[in-house]
Design a protein around this ligand. Structure first.
Ligand SMILES: C[S@@+](CC[C@H](N)C(=O)[O-])C[C@H]1O[C@@H](n2cnc3c(N)ncnc32)[C@H](O)[C@@H]1O
Length: 260
């Protein structure tokens, strides 16, 4: 289902109005991408900085929360149905979504639709130094921004393309089994065929112990998850513009499911 121009415009106005009433999201906080309940922001900046040419570059890249805001808003206005929201994810939502992740157990993580990189930067700050993160986005504006902002972290692979080609993109990198997939894709505006392709490929790629995480404004993804995964849990995050449904889907012990 595609968003009409009026609906997209209305949604954008609503999210702008909500900003005035929901001051919890602070796009100008330079360390907002490195929020963590257990570790201080400073430690996380240093941890991320280890993989960059210099710590100053990390700080410079994240000085501009406003830059993230601008790139998301601009791309949303150009492609409302592809981007789905005119605001970057809040740090509260990033923390909430990542609550259940066992970072030490991850060798390879894949992110669909990283946008301006709110989740990507936090994931890099928490992943092991020998883990990898593949981020796939259809928009070159976002992928170029990510490459600049995350200053050549050697663990990060950024690909411009569709999540439906994830298997081919991984194969090009000589990678195949994935421990965690995070999706920011607007499933309610994807075609049914594309949504199925993406969920089917994800279920094939995940290790039996792996998990598929998704944040969504609507609940359109749920039936796809329930058709392919054994366990689907749901939560909700209010402190985001707009508030989002959070899903976590897991395969059974063997990773094999009837009909797969
Ligand atoms: C809701 S936005 C993600 C926003 C991001 N979490 C942030 O905080 O900036 C959805 C993203 O999915 C991307 N996208 C849409 N369809 C896609 C597809 N088929 N494959 C990969 N990325 C896609 C859009 O370009 C956009 O960056």
């Amino acid at each position: 289902m595609k968003l009409g121009k009026n609906e997209a415009l209305m949604r954008w106005r609503l999210t702008c109005i909500s900003t005035i009433f929901v001051p919890a999201v602070k796009p100008s906080d330079p360390a907002r991408h490195y929020d963590d309940d257990r570790i201080g922001k400073e430690d996380l900046m240093i941890e991320a900085g280890r993989h960059c040419a210099s710590r100053n570059r990390v700080c410079a890249a994240h000085r501009g929360g406003l830059r993230d805001f601008w790139i998301v808003a601009r791309t949303f206005l150009r492609h409302p149905s592809m981007v789905g929201s005119s605001f970057p994810a809040s740090r509260r939502m990033v923390s909430h979504m990542f609550q259940s992740v066992d970072w030490n157990a991850i060798d390879l993580m894949v992110e669909y639709g990283p946008g301006a990189g709110a989740f990507t930067a936090t994931a890099l700050a928490r992943l092991r130094s020998d883990a990898r993160l593949l981020a796939i986005d259809t928009s070159p504006d976002f992928t170029q921004h990510l490459e600049r902002a995350l200053c050549g972290d050697p663990r990060l692979i950024v690909a411009t393309g569709s999540a439906s080609d994830v298997e081919a993109i991984l194969a090009e990198q000589g990678l195949n089994r994935v421990d965690c997939i995070l999706s920011g894709l607007p499933f309610s505006t994807l075609s049914e065929a594309e949504a199925r392709l993406i969920i089917d490929a994800s279920a094939r790629l995940l290790r039996p112990s792996g998990s598929f995480l998704a944040y969504q404004m609507r609940t359109g993804i749920r039936p796809y998850l329930e058709a392919r995964f054994d366990k689907v849990s749901h939560d909700y995050e209010w402190w985001n513009l707009p508030p989002c449904h959070l899903y976590r889907a897991c395969l059974g012990e063997s990773g094999v499911r009837h009909g797969r």
